[in-house]
Design a protein around this ligand. Sequence first.
Ligand SMILES: NC(=O)c1ccc[n+]([C@@H]2O[C@H](COP(=O)([O-])OP(=O)(O)OC[C@H]3O[C@@H](n4cnc5c(N)ncnc54)[C@H](OP(=O)(O)O)[C@@H]3O)[C@@H](O)[C@H]2O)c1
Length: 325
Amino acid sequence: MTRAVLVSSSAPPTVTDVDLPDPAEGEALVDVTYSSVNYKDGLALARNPGVARLDPLVPGIDVVGTVSALGPGVHDVAIGDRVVLNGAGLGESRHGGWAVQAVVPSGSLVVLPDAIDDSFAAAIGTAGFTAMLSVLALEPFVAPDAGPVLVTGASGGVGSVAIALLAARGYAVTASTGRTTNEDSLRRLGATEVIDRSTLSEPGKPMQRATWAGAVDSVGGATLANVLAATRWGGAVTACGLAQDSALPTTVLPFILRAVSLLGINSVDAPVALRRRAWERLATDLDPALLAGVTRTVSPEEAMAIGADVVAGLVHGRTVVAIPR
Ligand SMILES: NC(=O)c1ccc[n+]([C@@H]2O[C@H](COP(=O)([O-])OP(=O)(O)OC[C@H]3O[C@@H](n4cnc5c(N)ncnc54)[C@H](OP(=O)(O)O)[C@@H]3O)[C@@H](O)[C@H]2O)c1
């Protein structure tokens, strides 16, 4: 048994005791210290069928904590290791991190670098991990001095961390946001320009003035189409999200006339070598104080209450869930 938030089709979300099996082959039991609230967790709380694929379900696509038991077989982690896991089906097709303990696939666990304490790891969470994956994907295509790099959904979790990571590497970052009242905060993270997202969100011409050397997009839809249309020759755009729309109403013109690359980003099934590389880079590139400025910590009960706000795009930055012992 473990104490956990439980979402089900038959009752409102609640904190209750949940049965937890012993770790099977290839699994580890983690004593959870922190999780976080991501866009997907908001969808799980609303029982969105694309996310909540278990009924009932413990939400929480992030787990941070210490390995306390291992199932049979060979593992790359040991009991006592401080670990992080983002995605891998947690909080979607298997119970997630909004719990005192979680049984997780051990092959996707990353041992946390010493520079990252548990609460910082949760503040990074899937959103920050995905921002790091986006920057890693962009780097071979776009040098820091190549020109302005756009970050859409800038006030969100992925966007906020992407701004800080890009600025730390010397990129000139333009932040696109619907909340221009957050301009000061986005500039503190490292944005040199802030634009209103309404300039990008309506359907536009298939080719536009070549503006961006690259972009990190987490909103999709007409915004992503406009970003592709305004990317310079040889530039690249990462796509990880659909906060505006899952549709992509574009043409092949940016690809065949300007050799623009569209780079897909998936954190859920990232292989462990890429996970380790991303977390090593997060340890060196991300200033904990910068992220702390856009992070708040809540209880599991409070996390249940803010899911809808996250999906509505009303939450700025990152929300950490502290798991009571
Ligand atoms: N592929 C992956 O592995 C992966 C991993 C993590 C997240 N994601 C996806 O990436 C997206 C962002 O995740 P997140 O954790 O950063 O979410 P988040 O914290 O909720 O941020 C999303 C941001 O998108 C912007 N936005 C919301 N509605 C919009 C609209 N209608 N039009 C344009 N912009 C809009 C808002 O930014 P402003 O207020 O600044 O405009 C909002 O803060 C989500 O779709 C999520 O599912 C994918």
